[in-house]
Design a binder for this molecule. Structure first.
Ligand SMILES: Nc1ncnc2c1ncn2[C@@H]1O[C@H](COP(=O)(O)OP(=O)(O)OP(=O)(O)O)[C@@H](O)[C@H]1O
Length: 252
């Protein structure tokens, strides 16, 4: 197996009750790359993203067929789901820091995993905030409530919180759609930096963003994966006319 492959998705179907939201998805997702998921509203991007750490399990009536393997291990087989979610962290569209101090936001996950030693927690908090490129902005006010920060800062706190439990993969569901252009740029730069150490899979409605920062792009339409290729290829010379129509803004 190619050492760079993190996820192998095979014949994946997902149903919400009787509604088939994902139809026979097949794709390999690489490590140390940013994979962008694009497509019009309702095409299944977020649903697909959530299959990668089984977040859809929390929704009643969901049924999954086919398989997804992470480093060769079947995600839908006999696996510890809590551990899976530790390996595959998630950042949401709307920054959602917990209503507690910046420090406690970051220490929350490590504490839940049994780390109690103050010096160890201090180290994790600093390292995570540094990695999320927000340490300098908050180092003097770690006791402040995270809710008091700007939206862009809150989103980087959420990324730091996700990094604090040492994931291997970061799922990002439209992480910049609620942010201003400068905060968006910071998150994009951060994602580009983080891909050196993680696999990043990002849902985005922003075509320029996908083109700017992703290595591979997957185009979804009505639950199907229409085209999946190097980002450069998708945006310059797509194989499928539906991809071309979408990226040139003719629908969606
Ligand atoms: N909890 C749910 N129960 C039933 N149907 C759902 C549920 N969540 C999503 N769906 C349906 O599944 C389809 C895919 O939704 P999904 O949210 O994955 O699309 P999306 O591409 O992420 O859309 P958007 O870009 O608007 O976020 C849609 O038709 C949606 O209505």
């Amino acid at each position: 197996m190619d050492n760079n492959v993190k996820f192998i998705v095979e014949n994946l179907d997902l149903f919400y009750g009787d509604f088939k939201a994902l139809k026979n998805i097949n794709m390999n997702i690489n490590t140390n790359e940013i994979t962008a998921l694009i497509g019009p509203s309702g095409c299944g991007k977020s649903t697909f993203l959530r299959t990668l750490n089984r977040m859809n399990d929390l929704i009643e009536g969901v049924k999954v067929d086919g398989s997804i393997r992470i480093d060769g291990e079947d995600i839908y087989g006999d696996i510890d789901v809590i551990k899976l979610r530790t390996r595959v962290g998630m950042v949401f569209q709307k920054p959602n820091p917990f209503p507690m101090s910046i420090y406690d936001n970051i220490a929350y996950g490590p504490r839940a995993h049994g780390i109690k030693k103050k010096s160890e927690l201090n180290e994790i908090v600093e390292k995570s905030l540094r990695r999320a490129a927000i340490w300098d902005e908050v180092k003097d006010r770690l006791k402040r409530n995270a809710i008091s920060l700007s939206g862009g800062q809150q989103q980087r706190i959420c990324i730091a919180r996700a990094l604090a439990i040492e994931p291997e993969v970061l799922l990002m569901d439209e992480p910049t759609s609620a942010l201003d252009p400068i905060s968006t740029m910071k998150i994009e730069d951060l994602a580009t930096e983080l891909k050196k150490d993680y696999s990043i899979i990002m849902v985005t409605h922003n075509m320029q963003q996908a083109a700017r920062i992703s290595d591979k792009t997957a185009f979804f339409l009505l639950g199907e994966l229409i085209e999946y290729d190097k980002t450069e290829k998708i945006f310059s010379n797509p194989e499928d006319s539906k991809t071309e129509e979408y990226i040139t803004g003719r629908f969606g």
